[in-house]
Design a protein around this ligand. Structure first.
Ligand SMILES: [Mg+2]
Length: 293
């Protein structure tokens, strides 16, 4: 599992040097929380920059690791915030988990420790959900605010007693950031509980920065990776996935990553661009006038 970088407040590093793109890309992959909005509020310049990119004919798609909403719910939220977006341009683990199960474990009995939008999508895809340990082939550990000892027991029985199931996760996030400096325990906490009691290791991550999410996003874009940029606020998921794709990346300092964290990144881990606000994705006018955009 990836772990978010820790801030190093004791280190009095030089401030992070902001780097603004010198070109427009053909495709833009936007993380949502901490990048486009924080909680229910748009981040400054987000609606405007997305509108400008679309007006210039650039492709925009949206990506989240949060499996507690489905793409329609994200489309509704974006629409209410003034960024009308087709459902087909939004992907999260509610899309990738059914895809992966159908491709790799058709007909499997699946235990989902997760919330209703994920379960609903799995049922709609014809995946057989079960809580009978002797029938469970795959345990999906997810972000579940109704996680309980009973659910842990079922996963334990499937994995440890019957020894036939495998463990996968919808996303590797340790916590979900919330407004006001709060957070909620995320899927990594559920994975850790199951791993701790069974000794079984989680073998697939269907969220960022995993291969299934990466392939899904690249397929949605319909563009080669070198023509696109991924914009996000989290090093361990957003920027890691861009690097795995060979895609340029823009780290925005409006979510998880603080300026102090960005200032101490090793060069090999550094994003292509570093922005304090999302609308700085657009190159400065002088750069474009040069014809180099
Ligand atoms: Mg984010």
């Amino acid at each position: 599992m990836t772990a978010p970088a820790q801030s190093n407040s004791a280190k009095s590093a030089a401030p992070a040097v902001l780097r603004r793109p010198n070109r427009l890309y053909d495709g833009y992959v936007f993380d949502l929380d901490g990048t486009v909005y924080l909680g229910d509020a748009l981040l400054p310049g987000a609606a405007e920059v997305i509108a400008q990119l679309r007006a210039r004919g650039r492709r925009t798609v949206f990506l989240s690791n949060n499996p507690t909403r489905d793409p329609q719910m994200y489309a509704d939220k974006l629409g209410a915030l003034g960024i009308a977006t087709p459902v087909a341009d939004i992907v999260n683990p509610v899309v990738t988990v059914p895809r992966w199960l159908q491709a790799h474990h058709p007909g499997a009995g699946v235990l989902v420790i997760g919330e209703e939008p994920l379960k609903r999508a799995l049922r709609a895809a014809g995946v057989r959900l079960t809580e009978r340990p002797e029938e469970i082939d795959v345990v999906v550990a997810s972000y579940d605010r109704t996680f309980s000892y009973r659910k842990l027991q079922i996963a334990f029985d499937a994995l440890w007693q019957h020894r036939r199931a495998r463990l996968i996760t919808s996303n590797p996030d340790r916590y979900c950031p919330m407004p006001g400096g709060r957070g909620e325990p995320d899927a990594a906490a559920v994975v850790a509980a199951i791993e701790a009691c069974t000794g079984v290791t989680c073998e697939a991550n269907l969220g960022k920065p995993g291969a299934e999410m990466l392939e899904t996003v690249v397929g949605m874009l319909g563009l080669s990776a070198d023509r696109c940029v991924l914009v996000g606020d989290r090093m361990s998921t957003d920027i890691a996935m861009a690097m795995a794709a060979g895609m340029d990346s823009a780290l925005v300092l409006t979510g998880e990553t603080t300026p102090a964290m960005a200032a101490v990144l090793e060069p090999r881990d550094a994003p292509t661009w570093l922005l304090d606000r999302i609308d700085h994705l657009i190159p400065r006018p002088t750069t474009e006038a040069d014809g180099r955009g």
